[in-house]
Each structure stands twice: as C-alpha cells, then as structure tokens.
Design a protein around this ligand. Sequence first.
Ligand code: SAH
Ligand code: MG
Length: 218
Amino acid sequence: MPDDLLAHALAAKGFMPPDEGALLHRVARERLPFGPALEVGTYCGKSAIYLGAAAREVGGPHGTVFTVDHHRGSEENQAGWEHHDPSVVDPELGLMDTLPTFRRTIARAGLEDRVVAVVGRSTTVAAHWRTPLSLLFIDGGHGEQPARDDYESWAHWVVRDGLLAVHDVFPDPADGGRPPYEQIYLPALASGAFEEVDAVGSMRVLRRVSGAAGDRLG
Ligand code: SAH
Ligand code: MG
C-alpha cells in the first residue's frame, strides 16, 4: 500500500481496520489486471481507498473500482444504533447521507479517476449489472435479508479465478453479527463455486474455482 494513500485510508471515516484493508489492497492488486472490482457498501470511502490505491498502481482501463451504496446507511448506522455518526446526517431531510463525505475523501486522496460511485440500492444496481468482476467485495447491509440479497445478486458476476472478499465474517457469535457469515460466506463455500484462500480479522477471501461470470451459483 503506497504511503501517501495509506495515510488517507487511516484518516478516513469508516469501518476498515488497517490489516484488513491491507489484505483488500493486496487482492485488488492481484486481480485488477483481469477486470474491474466492485464494492458493495461504500459508506465514506475508507475501504475504497485501499481498493483505489491498487487501481492507481495497476493503471489503464482495468484500474477501476465501482462502489455501490444508497448512502442512507445500514440499519446499524441509524440514529440510536451502535454505529451511528450524527455528522453524516442531511439536516434538511433528516436522513443519513454519506455521499458528500465520500466525495471529499476520494477527492483528497486523488482517486476520483479510479473509484466510481454508483449511488443506489444494491439489488437495483445488480439487476441491471452485466459486467464480469475480477474482485467483488461485499460490505453492505448486515441484516439477514440484505446480506443474502448481496450474495445472490452479485456473487455470480465473479469470473473464474476471480475473488470474493467478505467483511465482518464472524464464525463465533460472541465476536459479532451472523449474517455475513451465514448468508454470504457459508453459502459461497457450500455452492462449490468458491474456496477460501485468505483471511485476516473478519475479512475472508474466496476464489471462484468453477463456472463463468454470470452463471447462477448452486
Ligand atoms: N466499506 C465501508 C463500510 C460500509 S458500511 C468502510 O470501509 O468504512 C455499510 C454500507 O452499506 C452503508 O454505507 C450503507 O448505506 C450501505 N448499504 C446497506 N444496505 C444497502 C443496500 N441495500 N444497498 C446499497 N447500500 C447499502
Ligand atoms: Mg464492514
């Protein structure tokens, strides 16, 4: 991870520990030469800097990261919940809006030509998505339904030999919420299409070992 961008990533608002971000950066460096990466769950752009740093290093048309978010926050980001931050509420609408903070973060990091924001609900964007992905990073809503939806809408776009990274995977319920583990990680392995290749903290990295992008998973 280049030092200048690491400083931006560490300073950015969000939920990505440095060692897990470093893994994300490493797998993005490996995979971006083969096609674009997509992240579900932008928030304020912290993880997008780790991905965008790899995109800058890879360069060319393949050095592109799409990041999808409606920017209204997950359940756990809303007022009264554990991960709420009142500084990312739109005062007029009284709704969360992380898009302005994201834009400032990515502009300051000099990554606007590498990181492309797609603003909308994950399932809506996925329904119209047609591009094979060399790397998919799922870090969106952590409720049961959102996690299952993200897996079912996006995982089949990973190319053979491509990678699926999943954040907040906690096999032990004492460590955190279940849905990324139960609705994404376990089904991906059970499908037979993915095998685990790396893990740091709550980050899990799986490689697609069968099928082709766009094939429905078992
Ligand atoms: N990757 C970020 C953290 C993401 S937090 C970081 O590095 O800090 C999860 C994000 O998922 C929130 O910003 C929330 O708005 C978004 N999200 C939750 N459910 C979503 C959905 N159904 N469609 C699009 N975005 C969603
Ligand atoms: Mg996360």
